[in-house]
Design a protein around this ligand. Structure first.
Ligand code: AHR
Length: 668
């Protein structure tokens, strides 16, 4: 068939057009797949990276202490809750043969532990006793030893106490204590459990007729961190230690402030014999209507001494935060009169003595009596938590004046309120600058996007004046304090992007910590949290994995890093920071790719001489931004290692979509 000229011309132009289209598409692809450039100025080491850059924020929220890190299995063990029988119930409510009576010796003499229980039943009674429900159940492992103990005295007859650990009606561990006299004494017995249960209960049954008074009823694991009596929960401390934290901030958080001043945290009531520690309500008990926890109190089994020990155990600098005479400003906002701050300031002075003074002093002796003659070497304390307004400035000033004169080497952490910007924030920063504060504590609970967009936040901060402590932060997938917030990969990845900015500015940002640290899956008030646990198991969230990538690959000196020739961080989904580890001689390059496609990067190490041709790439990645870890899948998101071929001072590397990568390159 013969084509007409016009048809032929039409056909040619169609082909040409298609060719052009293909070329255009190819070009678009070429543009998208364009190789990016990262240059690390290896030959110009910058500021020292403080060892404290990545640390921990501990607060007794979400059953973080009692029911969590503090592994006592018996809730309300001393009958000191306002309802002294909370957590306890009769073994058989229909059994009227015996009696349960609560006594309060405090009505005669003010003692911290004034309540106790009398169990009374006639001879021949059929299993009269009480049950403790534990902290949303009692967790026990098969074939494991627990130490049962009770303070008791005989009132009548010669009864014994049978102790049973029961799971779903089955006794899975038991023991007995007996031989009570009419003087208070502590009785102990070992219980070995023959089955694992996350939700067991503890029975205490009177055997033989008579009456016995009981107090401080305890079921405590033998396996604690460092096998210490009254020690901490092993799996949780292990997770903390694996982060190699530079510091441990404790005990919070709003818990320091209390909803009212009489509910504030007072460190002196948290040390000494367990009997001497005065229980108070946990301020999170009633904070959120949608997550009420009426059984949340602070027994202070985990008190200031244990916090110091924990810091030492995990190699972290202790950072206690003290109440500065202000109750939580989201609640009562009560103030201690300015002219009466002495009591609060004396608490701070005594605390420094408790931590650092020789054993010949009052508080140094107390530390030694508790088992630690050596000082804890405290270097910093926080004055108030998340306070704001002129009331705070006035109080901070009084504290700072006294403390700086007496302890010029103790750094003081001060507040700039609960938000990362705004009028209160600006006002406090200005005041803290004028007062020449040491470290200013910034908090940001914001959307993941905020974290990605604020990676450059500290690039323009003044290089002189107070340093920054990014003391509480976490990306909120829904909104601040929403119970629907998730610890998902998008949040963790966005935090990773932001943290590159902290690392690049570690001459200004000297400390940082994710918050909160712990959440009990059955008893939380606040989400997201860094670590979740139940009565037996625990896991680190993707956010935990991100923290670990940074804290275990920190380096000792900053290196300037250019992204496509510019010092601006966070361009077209790539975020970077770099450092050198002067001990190992390794170069550490961190790259966060928040984009959904992989990114090909030409990496140039300027001035890198010699060095090996291989290194390692540590990668944290998921293509699912909603992905989370869980008790059943604790390491769904966890890092993996790949070998890296560096070919000297210049090489190409492809960063996976939605990933964080740490390249460690041997160098000179
Ligand atoms: O981390 C939870 C709370 O958030 C802290 O207690 C408080 O400081 C902040 O408002």
């Amino acid at each position: 068939m013969k084509l007409s000229h016009t048809n032929k011309a039409r056909r040619i132009s169609l082909i040409a057009l298609s060719l052009l289209l293909v070329l255009a598409l190819l070009q678009v692809q070429v543009v998208f797949a364009q190789t990016r450039n990262i240059t690390v100025e290896v030959n110009k080491p910058g500021a020292r990276i403080p060892k404290t850059l990545f640390g921990l924020f501990f607060e007794d929220i979400n059953f973080g202490a009692d029911g969590g890190l503090y592994p006592e299995r018996v809730k309300n063990r001393s009958f000191e809750f306002p309802n002294p029988m909370m957590g306890w119930k009769p073994l058989d409510p229909r059994d009227t043969t015996g009696q349960l009576q609560i006594f309060d010796a405090g009505s005669i003499k003010d003692t911290p532990n004034s309540h106790y229980l009398r169990i009374k039943a006639p001879a021949g009674n059929k299993r009269f006793g009480i049950v403790n429900e534990g902290f949303r159940g009692i967790g026990v492992q098969q074939g494991t030893d627990y130490r049962f103990s009770v303070k008791a005295r005989r009132i009548d007859g010669s009864p014994a106490l049978r102790v049973e650990v029961v799971d779903g009606g089955r006794v899975i561990g038991e023991t007995q204590v007996s031989g009570f006299t009419n003087l208070w004494k502590t009785y102990t017995a070992a219980v070995r459990t023959n089955s694992t249960s996350n939700k067991a209960q503890l029975n205490l049954i009177l055997e033989g007729g008579g009456a016995v008074d009981v107090d401080l009823v305890s079921l405590y694991p033998k396996d604690t961190w460092q096998n210490r009596p009254n020690g901490l929960r092993t799996d949780l401390v292990k997770l903390l230690k694996e982060l190699k934290p530079g510091f441990l901030r404790f005990p919070g958080g709003c818990i320091v402030e209390g909803r009212t001043l009489d509910q504030r945290y007072q460190w002196k009531t948290t040390i000494g014999d367990l009997d001497e520690r005065r229980l108070i309500i946990n301020r999170w008990n009633t904070e959120f209507n949608w997550r009420l926890t009426p059984d949340y109190f602070q027994s202070f089994g985990l008190g200031y001494y244990e916090y110091f020990l924990l810091s030492e155990d995990i190699g972290a600098e202790p950072l206690p935060i003290l109440n500065c005479g202000m109750a939580c400003q989201f609640n009562s906002s009560e103030l201690a009169p300015l002219e009466d701050l002495d009591h609060y300031i004396q608490d701070a002075i005594d605390l420094i003595e408790f931590a650092n003074a020789p054993v010949t002093t009052r508080w140094g002796r107390k530390r030694a009596e508790m088992g630690h003659p050596k000082p804890f070497n405290l270097k910093m304390i926080g004055i108030g938590n998340e306070q704001w307004g002129p009331q705070y400035v006035e109080r901070y000033e009084v504290f700072a004046k006294v403390l700086k004169q007496k302890y010029p080497n103790i750094a003081l952490v001060s507040s700039v309120g609960p938000a990362p910007d705004g009028e209160r924030f600006d006002y406090l920063w200005q005041q803290m600058r004028a007062l020449k504060a040491d470290l200013v504590d910034e908090h940001y609970y914001s959307a993941p996007k905020w974290f990605r967009e604020n990676a450059g936040r500290y690039d323009s901060y003044p290089r002189t004046g107070p340093k920054v402590f990014a003391g509480e932060y976490a990306a909120q997938s829904v909104g601040i304090a929403s119970p629907d917030n998730r610890n998902n990969w998008e949040c963790a990845l966005s935090e990773a992007a932001f943290i590159t900015g902290l690392e690049r500015n570690s001459d200004v940002v000297q400390m940082s910590s994710y918050a909160p640290l712990f959440g009990h899956v059955d008893a939380w008030q606040w989400t997201p949290n860094l670590i979740w646990f139940d009565n037996l198991r625990s896991y680190g969230t993707p956010n935990y994995q991100v923290q670990k990538m940074f804290s275990t690959n920190q380096g000792t000196r900053q290196l300037r890093v250019l992204l496509d020739g510019s010092t601006k961080n966070g361009v077209n989904d790539l975020y970077t920071s770099a450092s050198v580890d002067e001990q190992s001689g390794e170069l550490i390059l961190k790259v966060v790719n928040t984009g959904s496609s992989s990114s090909e990067v030409r990496i140039t190490l300027t001035g890198a001489t010699g060095g090996g041709k291989t290194g390692t790439a540590l990668i944290l990645q998921s293509s699912d931004l909603k992905a989370e870890n869980s008790l059943d899948h604790p390491t769904k998101i966890a890092s993996f290692v790949k070998q890296l071929r560096t070919a000297g001072g210049e090489f190409d590397y492809t960063f996976m979509p939605h990933s964080m990568t740490v390249l460690r390159i041997p160098s000179r």
